[in-house]
Write a protein that binds this ligand. Structure first.
Ligand code: NAD
Length: 262
């Protein structure tokens, strides 16, 4: 099985922590040159210094950009793609704040759409010509299992994830003739700062301890544990590899068996 990404350039978004960071590490482990995108320069600097280098020519970099600032994002990614074509794009950003959909503010939808759907689209539009020229392209979007089963208490998030999944499926069909694949990885509950926050919210809502809230959440998962970010990254890295060249337009749950639908 060919998992070698030597000579490939991966742009990994939301890479300063959590799932995005784990994806950057895993892609570097397979030989890719990684550019990490996020807002916090100090964390990106540390990440780039720590990323694996498995061959001498491998180089990593970062760009500071805010997925919620569409114009600034476009300028930053344009500049990157002009100097170094991107072969692998991992679209990822912080999840929208929790809360029911009833009563959600219009501004919350607009903010989530801008940081996810619009940011993914802007980045993809910039890097696709380089993928076409290289004859190699992989777009992997980190979404959520809520694409298959909406999650209670994540109203704006559920809605935004569906929009991203529909965008990705449409794009997958359009780009298939060029050998560019577009796939979605759907993490279940994963040990990152995002899930720590959601556990605290659940604890407050139910008036229990953080430990009890976490146990209740883990109890809903057939594997009875949260994922390690590296387990999500492994699926992303496979989909980014030559071995996954005939897989496109899928939603891949990596969730310890939690999603009950087929
Ligand atoms: P996280 O909050 O730990 O990390 C998010 C990353 O995105 C960070 O690097 C952060 O700096 C970056 N980011 C946030 N806002 C940004 C912005 N405006 N511009 C640029 N970068 C920005 O989240 P995570 O747990 O790693 O999750 C990643 C994605 O997967 C999120 O969309 C999340 O909702 C989704 N997800 C997570 C879980 C989970 O259990 N952790 C489960 C399902 C889905």
């Amino acid at each position: 099985m060919d998992l070698d990404l030597t000579g490939r350039h991966a742009l990994v978004c939301g890479a300063s922590q959590g799932i995005g960071r784990a994806c950057a590490v895993e892609l570097a482990n397979l030989g890719a040159n990684v550019t990490a995108l996020a807002r916090r320069e100090d964390m990106l600097q540390r990440l780039v210094a720590e990323l694996p280098r498995v061959h001498p020519a491998q180089t990593h970099a970062f760009i500071v950009a805010d997925s919620g600032d569409t114009d600034g994002l476009r300028v930053a990614v344009d500049r990157l793609a002009a100097t170094r074509p991107v072969h692998i794009l991992v679209n990822n950003s912080g999840g929208p704040p929790p809360g029911p959909v009833h009563g959600a503010e219009v501004a919350a939808f607009l903010d989530a759409y801008r940081k996810h759907l619009i940011a993914n689209h802007v980045r993809a539009e910039i890097v696709i010509p380089g993928m076409q020229a290289a004859g190699y392209g992989r777009i992997v979007n980190i979404i959520s299992t809520s694409v298959k089963e909406p999650i209670a208490g994540l109203g704006v998030s559920n809605t935004t994830r569906w929009a991203v999944a529909s965008w990705a499926k449409t794009l997958a069909t359009e780009l298939a003739p060029f050998g560019i694949t577009v796939n979605n990885v759907l993490p279940g509950s994963t040990k990152t700062p995002r899930i720590e926050h959601l556990v605290q919210v659940n604890a407050q809502k139910s008036g229990t301890s953080v430990e009890a809230a976490q146990q209740a959440m883990e109890g809903d998962i057939p594997m009875r544990r949260f994922a390690d970010p590296s387990e999500i990254a492994a699926a992303v890295a496979f989909l980014a590899s030559p071995a996954a060249g005939y897989i496109s337009g899928i939603n891949l749950p990596v969730d310890g068996g939690r999603t009950r639908s087929l």
